[in-house]
Design a protein around this ligand. Structure first.
Ligand SMILES: [Fe+2]
Length: 274
C-alpha cells in the first residue's frame, strides 16, 4: 500500500490496495485505518466493489448506521443511495460534518462513486484539526468548554418547506430534537482538538447573546473553510473516499446540474463528542 498526500492540511491518495480484499486482511485493514486517522480523508481509485463487498469492508471499521432520509441498495440495506438527477437535484450545499444533529454522530463516512458526471460534482473536505491549530491561543481558550446547539430541522429546512416535506420527515424530526455538542472536541484516537460547529446543523453557541453567537459562528465557518485547510477530490466511477467526521467537514460542489450523479454511502457509528 502506498500513500501520497493530496494537500497540505489533509487527504491522501492510497494506491496498491483492493478494498474488496481488505475486508479479509487484518494487516491491510490496520494500515488503512492508521492512514485514515493520520490523513483524515483517504481516496482510492478504480475500486470494483459489489455493494455487499463494500459493506463487508465497512464493517471492519465499526457498526454501520442507517439514515431514514435516504433510499438503500436492494439486497444491501446498510448501503445508502445518494442520487442527484435533473428532476431531483441534490439540495445539500453547505459545509458540514455528517449528522451532527445526533447525540453520537457517525465517526466515519464512505462514498463509492457509481455514476459520475463528465464535469463538476467534486467534493471538498477541510481539516477541523488544522483549523483549530490555526486559532490564536486566546480564542482557542475562550472556545474550549463552550457548547453549541445542533438541529436536524435547520439542516433539512428546505426539504421541510417543500410540499409534503414536513409529513415525509415527521418521524425524523420527532426522533431528532435539538441537542448540544462541545464547540471544540478532542479526537478519541489522535488526541487532536477540532472545531466542531458546522454551517448546516449548528444553530447557536450556548451562553452567548444571539449576535455574539451569530458573528462568532460566521467567523469560525470562514476560518474553517480557509483554502489552506481544504482538499478537493474529482470523482471517477469506482473512486472510494473515506473520511473521519470527528476531524473534518465536507462540502459537495453542485455544479453538474442537470447531469446524473450516483454514490453509495455507508456511515460508521461514532461516540458522543467530548
Ligand atoms: Fe455529508
Amino acid at each position: 500500500m502506498q500513500l501520497e498526500k493530496a494537500a497540505g492540511a489533509l487527504g491522501a491518495y492510497v494506491t496498491g490496495v483492493s478494498l474488496a480484499g481488505a475486508a479479509d486482511s487484518q494487516t491491510l485493514f490496520t494500515e488503512v485505518y492508521e492512514a485514515l486517522i493520520e490523513h483524515e480523508v483517504l481516496f482510492f481509485r478504480d475500486q470494483a466493489l459489489e455493494p455487499t463487498e463494500y459493506r463487508d469492508f465497512a464493517r471492519r471499521f465499526g457498526e454501520i448506521e442507517l439514515h431514514r432520509a435516504y433510499p438503500t441498495v436492494p439486497g444491501a440495506p446498510d448501503v445508502q443511495v445518494l442520487e442527484s438527477t435533473a428532476e431531483a437535484p441534490s439540495k445539500i450545499e453547505a459545509w458540514h460534518s455528517d449528522m451532527t444533529f445526533r447525540p453520537a454522530p457517525p465517526a466515519l463516512t464512505m462514498l463509492h462513486g457509481q455514476i459520475i458526471p463528465a464535469y463538476g460534482g467534486d467534493t471538498l473536505w477541510l481539516s477541523a484539526t488544522a483549523a483549530y491549530a490555526g486559532l490564536s491561543a486566546t480564542l482557542a481558550k475562550f472556545l474550549d468548554g463552550l457548547n453549541a446547539e445542533h438541529d436536524f430541522c435547520h439542516g433539512f429546512r428546505e426539504s421541510l418547506a417543500e410540499p409534503g416535506g414536513a409529513e415525509r420527515l415527521a418521524t425524523a424530526v420527532e426522533e431528532n430534537p435539538p441537542i448540544t455538542h462541545p464547540v471544540i472536541r478532542t479526537h478519541p484516537e489522535s488526541g487532536k482538538k477540532a472545531i466542531f460547529v458546522n454551517s448546516l446543523f449548528t444553530t447557536r453557541i450556548e451562553g452567548l447573546a444571539p449576535l455574539e453567537s451569530d458573528v462568532l459562528l460566521q467567523f469560525l465557518y470562514r476560518h474553517l473553510t480557509t483554502e489552506e485547510h481544504t482538499v478537493r477530490l474529482s470523482w471517477q466511477p469506482g473512486t472510494v473516499a473515506i473520511w473521519d467526521n470527528r476531524a473534518t467537514q465536507h462540502k459537495p460542489v453542485n455544479d453538474f446540474f442537470p447531469q446524473h450523479r450516483k454514490m453509495h454511502r455507508i456511515t460508521i457509528a461514532g461516540d458522543v463528542p467530548a
